[in-house]
Design a protein around this ligand. Structure first.
Ligand code: GLV
Ligand code: MN
Ligand code: MN
Length: 400
């Protein structure tokens, strides 16, 4: 499965993946998913929000055990963030079959669309729509960097955007959702190939628009300038400083400049802040402080600052009984000293589904801690331990 996915959407220049919602690489990934489902004799379904499902057993029976993740990537993403969960799901299903496991509940594998939000700015669009956390009207307003609207992108890729919206009936069929994912920091030790998630930090994305005045770089006196780049730069620095003081995270990883000329003072700088913290109070306080710093600096620079919250995900505490059940099952065969139970600062579809169905996550060790980068890596032995753990957990949940 890895060999087939490896070249899809990979940039020869960076070695990273560019699998964005509804682009051609995304289409190839989707075709791959459908093929994996069909060749295993699973019932393939595309839901109204463009998420793909592969069912073993009757989808309508209820109480389904669902696993899966996503196949899209951030710009120049790594191979594992997302695909590890989908590949491991198919591998775990194969393992259950080779064990002759007698499932008493339907089992499904899902590929959620547009988890990373790389194209339309909002993460987990497929699962948010399904859970009704992102409304249809709001989704219709989303545009990519070229101004293409989400429904138009969907339609161009051959999907019907008229159908998108909350899908309570589908969620009602699910008894438990378990997402396996590569761990994205360096929080699992060498003898800990697999961990269980306890929580996801609250996180969000905020767009800062710094409006200045375009002018000539060679003739405009320093005191006559209204340079938004200055306000932007200062805001980046103060975000970093304030996040450190708060024990939280703040990142400006994306910026757009107009008109983007070397010999012109910019008229507009747009910077996207990604911020995360262990609790919502800290996160809210931190973003307010960064906003204040931006406004204050903007006044000094003659720059108007506008802030738009593009997305927000509250803290997610995963279902306690399900989390404990996973840990108990894995402790029967797994890591000496007990399977680690740990929180993460990374967002996941599991975090969205957790508001509607009992949800849990498994993490596979990331030896370098690098993620959202072409250098992301997981050792084969750890990935196989992940598959075994997922199979054990699915068997425990689906054969009761
Ligand atoms: C998703 O990977 C996120 O945490 O941004
Ligand atoms: Mn990611
Ligand atoms: Mn992911």
């Amino acid at each position: 499965m890895w060999a087939e996915l490896l070249p899809v959407g990979r940039s020869a220049a960076s070695g990273g993946y560019r699998r964005f919602a509804w682009n051609s690489a995304d289409a190839e990934c989707r075709a791959w998913f459908e093929e994996q489902a069909r060749k295993r004799g699973l019932t393939y379904e595309l839901d109204r929000n463009g998420n793909q499902w592969a069912w073993l057993g009757d989808p309508a029976a209820g109480g389904a055990v669902v696993t899966g993740s996503h196949l899209d990537s951030v710009p120049d993403g790594g191979a594992y963030d997302g695909p590890l969960g989908v590949v491991s799901s198919f591998a775990a299903l194969d393992e259950l079959r080779s064990r002759n496991a007698e499932l008493t509940r339907p089992l499904a594998i899902v590929n959620f669309g547009d988890e990373e939000g790389a194209r339309f700015g909002v993460a987990c669009i497929g699962s948010r729509l399904t859970a009704g956390v992102l409304g249809r009207e709001a989704a219709y307003e989303l545009r990519d960097a070229d101004g293409v609207r989400l429904p138009d992108a969907m339609e161009k890729a051959g999907y019907d955007p008229a159908a998108i919206g909350a899908d309570g009936d589908r969620l009602a069929r699910i008894g438990a959702f378990v997402e396996l994912h590569v761990e994205q920091g360096r929080y699992l030790a060498e003898d800990q190939p697999v961990g269980v998630a306890s929580a996801i930090w609250p996180h969000g994305r905020w767009r800062f628009d710094f409006h200045g005045e375009a002018n000539h770089a060679g003739t405009t006196r320093i005191e006559d300038r209204r340079d938004p780049m200055l306000t932007y730069a200062n805001t980046v620095l103060s975000a970093r400083k304030k996040a450190k003081l708060a024990g939280a995270l703040a990142t400006f990883g994306k910026v757009a400049v107009e008109p983007n000329g070397t010999n012109a003072i910019a008229s507009l700088v747009r910077g996207w802040l990604d911020s995360r913290a262990a609790d919502e109070e800290t996160l809210t306080g931190l973003v307010e402080e960064i906003e204040r710093a931006a406004y204050e600096r903007g006044e000094r620079d003659g720059v108007r600052v506008q802030l738009t919250r593009e997305s927000y995900t509250p803290v997610v505490d995963f279902d306690g009984p399900l989390r404990d059940r996973l840990a108990r099952r894995l402790n029967r065969t797994g890591t000496p000293g007990g399977v680690p139970v740990l929180p993460t600062g990374a967002g996941h579809d599991a975090g969205i589904l957790a508001s509607a169905v009992p949800t849990a996550m498994l993490f596979v060790r990331n030896p370098s801690g690098v993620s959202h980068s072409p250098a992301e890596h997981a050792e084969t032995a750890d990935c196989l331990a992940g598959v075994a753990a997922l199979a054990d957990v699915l068997e425990d949940l689906a054969c009761q």
